[in-house]
Design a protein around this ligand. Structure first.
Ligand code: GLY
Length: 374
């Protein structure tokens, strides 16, 4: 890790496809300089959504102009429903209309949805373009902008069409978190807690102490959390880019969480991070039922997420009509399912995650039914 001019730099060590993650302030405004330093960019196409465009697109465009970088901008509708094939087709056609070339670099300015669909467009357009992430949500800064997972949802489930395509650079400007509404901030906080719960008990203790200040807006705490999460993710991705082993741990809470998202049709009835928060609590509960995890650790995890204001049970989400059977069936569509069995990330305690596909279907169904009874 390198800290210069108040900016921390982490390296994702993937040889020729390796890249830097810069974490600090004013990185949207100065993005032009960082991009110019990367290579002689002939053209840039910025992809963002209508919410982020209001707050940050002019700042980015001014910086690009000052750095002498020609650019086009495309603004997508905001929300998870944008991450589908229809919007991918529209995005790729608009980029082709703008006469992009192989040397054009795409910038994804926004959260997880913008990052995933833009990254996927970059992976497939003209057989592969460079792209840069400028994540503006906590979720994207701590998780989705790092590691090269790109893709869209289908009616069969979450992220079922996609590609591994690593960015050339990630610029995580913690100042952009100021314009994030509380619900979306908390959804990203759930992914931050995920790193602590899966492998870093000290970070979990730090979050128990500093989480309230972090959520209230303390910049230094936010920066520390983004840095710690990205360090963990960079190390895991460098070891297991294609998710054949250790990277699977990053799916803590996701087998349950993706099923919740799919059941609500990928609408804003449940945000990804909210689904992950409930999913992590269910993963801890399942681990306790299987005699793997001390109940006190599960309670500590649940209490911390609830105290920060995240949903922690299925009944905390108003609206959806869940059934245990439907959720379980959805889990079988998860892309991590193996031999017809869902794969779970379970825990032996806080910071001790592992994966298994050997949980009896009946145990999971009973857990879900009990969770629905409240
Ligand atoms: N979001 C989990 C991963 O990137 O592997």
């Amino acid at each position: 890790m390198d800290a210069r001019d108040g900016i921390d730099t982490l390296r994702v060590d993937l040889g020729l496809r390796g890249y830097d993650i810069l974490i600090g302030e004013d990185l949207v405004a100065t993005a032009g300089n960082h991009i110019r330093a990367l290579a002689a960019q002939t053209r840039i196409a910025v992809v963002t959504d209508e919410n982020v465009a209001q707050h940050w697109l002019p700042t980015l465009e001014n910086g690009l102009t000052q750095a002498g970088i020609a650019h086009d901008s495309i603004v997508l509708p905001a929300g998870e429903h944008t991450k589908d094939l229809a919007h991918l087709e529209d995005l790729t056609n608009r980029l082709l209309d703008a006469r992009i070339e192989r040397a054009t670099t795409l910038i994804a300015l926004g959260g997880g949805v913008v990052g995933d669909i833009t990254g996927f467009a970059a992976a497939i357009l003209l057989r592969g373009l460079d792209f840069i992430h400028i994540p503006t949500t906590l979720l994207a800064q701590v998780d989705s902008s790092v590691g090269g997972k790109t893709g869209v949802n289908t009616r069969h489930g979450k992220n079922l069409l996609g590609a591994f395509h690593q960015p050339r650079l990630v610029l995580a400007d913690v100042g952009t978190l100021e314009t994030l509404d509380r619900r979306h901030f908390l959804a990203g906080y759930a992914e931050t807690v995920k790193y602590a719960l899966l492998g870093d008990p000290q970070f979990f203790s730090w979050l128990e102490t500093k989480g309230a200040d972090l959520c209230a807006g303390e910049r230094e705490a936010r920066r520390h959390a983004v840095l710690t999460s990205c360090s963990a993710k960079a190390a895991i991705v460098a070891e297991d880019e294609r998710e054949l082993g250790r990277r699977q741990l990053l799916n803590l809470g996701h087998t349950f969480g993706h099923a919740l998202e799919a059941q609500t049709g990928f609408t804003d009835a449940v945000l990804h991070g909210e689904a992950v928060a409930i999913g992590m609590v269910l993963a801890f509960d399942l681990s306790v039922r299987l005699g793997l995890c001390p109940p006190d650790d599960a309670e500590r995890a649940r209490r911390h997420l609830a105290e920060r204001g995240l949903p922690v049970t299925l009944n905390d989400l108003a609206g959806p009509e869940w059934t245990g059977d439907a959720l379980f069936t959805q889990m079988l569509h998860d892309k991590k399912a193996s031999g017809g069995q869902p794969t779970f990330v379970l825990v032996r305690g806080i910071g001790q995650a592992f994966t298994t596909s050997e949980v009896e279907a009946e145990t999971v169904r009973t857990l879900l039914d009990d969770a629905l009874k409240g």
